[in-house]
Structure formats: C-alpha cells, structure tokens
Write a protein that binds this ligand. Sequence first.
Ligand code: C5P
Length: 463
Amino acid sequence: MSLASAIKEARDLVLEKKEITIISHIDADGIASEAILSQAFSRAGIEIKSVFVRQLEPLTMSRVPKDSSFKVFSDLGAGHQQLLEEKGLALDEVLILDHHISQPGKINYHQVNTLQYNYSKMSASGLCYLLAREIDSANTDLAKISTIGNVGDMMAREDGGLVGPARDIVEDGILYGNIEARKDIGFYGLSTRPVYLCLTFHDDPFIPGISNNQSAAIKFIEKTGVRLKENGRFLVWEDMTFDEQKKFTSSFIQYLLANNVQVDKFFIEHYMFPDEPPRTSLRNAQEFATLLNACGRWSKPRVGADVCRGDRGAAYRDAQYMLTNHRAVIRELLEYIIDTGVTELSHLQYIDTGDKYPDTIVGIGAGMALSKLNRRKPILVICSLPEEPEVCKVSMRTNSQMVEEGLDLQDALCRASQEVGGGGGGHKIAAGAYISKGSEERFIGRVNEILRGQLHPKSSANR
Ligand code: C5P
C-alpha cells in the first residue's frame, strides 16, 4: 500500500469516530502532532481529549484512559504495541502515527509509519498533517505546525533543509501563505539572537577563530562594515537590510575560504513565518521548535500545543517563561560540564551528572559543551532519574564532521543498551537511551567499542 492510501484508510477510520483521545510525545514533534490532530479532529466535529507522555512505559500507560474513545498515538506507539495490548486495547480502538521503529505484538494495530515507506526524513507531525489534509483540504494552514515538528525532530539537519514529503508540506504552507522558505546563512536564531552571538555559538561546522570567541565575532562584524547595533540594541539577522546581509555573507564566505572550511555547509533552507511578529521565537521553524521543546522538557507540553493552536496570551507568556528558564539551566549545565571535566576513552568522552539536572535537558547541554571539548570524540552524559532509581538516562551528541566519518550514535546506543537490557534511539548525531543502574561501566565500554568499529578506516580518530 502507498503512503497516500494508508492516509486515506486512516482518515476513514477516524472520521467514523465521535470521541478520540490523542496520546502524544512531549518533544517538539509530539507537541506539533497533537496540535495538528486536535485541530483537524475538532474541525471535523469529533470530540477530543489529549494526553502527553515522556515515553510509553507501564507507568505512563495508566494515563491512557480506559474509556470508549478511539485512541490515536502520535510520535510514539510503534515501538510499544505490546503495552497497548496489555492495556486491553483492541484492534479497532487504535491508530498509530509514528516514525520510530515498529515492534509488532500479537495485535496488528492500524499504523501509518514513515519507515514503512522509506521516508526517514519525515517525522510524526508530517504524517499528522497528511491525515489532517486528507480529512479536509482546508487544513493546509497546519502545514506550518508540521514544518516546526519536522525541523524540531532534526529532519532538516543532514540535507541542508527538508526533503521529500516533508518538503512538499512546506510547499502547502507557502501556497497557503504562512511559510516562506529561504536559503540563507545557517545560523540558529535569525529572529531573536544578535548576529554576533549567532557567530559565537555556531559550532557545527566550527568556524576557526570565531566559534566560542565573542570578541572575535564582534570584530568580524565590525570589519564587514555592517551595523552591529542600532539605538543601543544589537541587531538580529532579520533586522539587517538585504544589502547588509549580502555584504556580511560575502565577507563570511571569503573568511571561510581563507580558513579552508567547506562553504556550502554554512547555507541551509530556513522556514520563516511571515504571519508571526518579527524578533520573536515564533518567527521561524527552528526557534519555534525550541520554544516547544522548552515547554515539553519542563513538563508543560500543553502550553506549547496551545501556542501552536494560536494562543498568544497566557500560553505564549508561559512558554516564553519556560524558554528563559530552559536557557538559563542549560547555560548552568554547560558550565558544570566544562568545570567538572569529562573522562576520555579512546572514542568517546563522558560525564555523570547524577541527579543535578533533569534527564530531559542533559543532552542539550552536552551538545553545547562538545565544541569546547574534544570535538572528535562524541560526548556521553549519564544521569539518574529521581523518580526511577533503578534506571539511568544516557544522552549522546556528536557533530556532522564525525557523522561523515562514520559515526552513528543511534546505532551505537541501541546496540549497547540492548546488550545491558535497556533501550535507546534517536539519530546519528544525537541519541539517547535508558539503561539499568549498575550497568553503566559495561555499557560505556561497549559504546566506545561500537564507535571505534563505525569509523571509516581513513578517519584520523581511528588511528
Ligand atoms: O534525550 P535526548 O535529548 O538525549 O534525546 C536525543 C534523541 O534521542 C531524541 O531524538 C530522542 O527522541 C531520542 N531518544 C530515543 N530513545 C531514548 C532516548 C532518546 O529515541 N530512550
């Protein structure tokens, strides 16, 4: 069956229901998925309820109501169908919309999974959008939320932008008028981050002499002749005139060439939202996704979903507060990692942060710390979960250079965690796992071995 036919079947299944419970994940993709489904279902006159969970596990399954409502699992479910069976959910009570590896149980639940169609570059919010559009072609306004979910789930990370069906969804948004796709300098924070900080924090690829060096970044901007500030306020990329952006870009390219850095890696497709106010996190897909992640990782996914649904009052204020707090704690975590130092093995470096920081953010801090450490060795952070003392959470991050040299953190963490009775997943560049307490040393040793085996023979990290 094609993806289009599977989506049509899913539409027929949901349209005959009166009440639906959406069970979704707390990350940007899960929040975007819920926001899309809830609007598409309500617009079709279906009564909805929503539940957000960090992951499907026996404890969180108790939050899935035992009632007559039809259950739609988005951005989760595929890997935990056995739990749905144990919950007593029957074949005709469930639809799974997911992009994670499927673990079939005895019941063959209705499922649409991007992996069934070899679309590894589209996440669950893409599927939710396709379903929403199939329910009613007027739902193309939701292409924007789907794009936030796809970008938030790193689907644009490896190809300089979204590709395949996820990129087709962008076209729907462009036609509707709430997305502008723009090939531009690959900085994070075009709408809210002063340009000198975009330069300072840009570390993948690393900018020799500028990454992590604020004064060098400021000097570079001053030398290009574009404005650094206006009326005492530092300019963000969007504040610059077209001529300033052109001038900056051409000086930047010259600098990269002079430093033997591959230029094309610094240009990506950005998804901007012209219907949102300039200089806010709502203005582009990357920053909007961070806002959603901040809500989800601090246990307020519903606030993020309300912002996606258009709430620019209380929910937006709460989300901004979460984002400010999120950034402050990550900065603190970054300093903690650098000050405490990491332990280096031959092919990775690791640190145990104990219960000092929530497991939901240690990976983000690790990713930021990497450029200040040995960039050729992925960083692994291990932390404990106060509410589950028998379990440890592991987060790993590397950079695109090491992925090109063969590293695949998802593969490494999946294999090593399975060997110690845990489980993991994610992406080549960023992955996570849960393992049992006591197995840390064996697990880290195995990850190190697997990483060594992944590196291409010519990689200098392998010598
Ligand atoms: O939690 P963290 O930020 O380190 O997760 C990195 C990536 O790994 C995310 O895409 C997350 O969904 C994935 N992950 C996973 N299974 C886990 C932990 C994380 O698939 N047990």
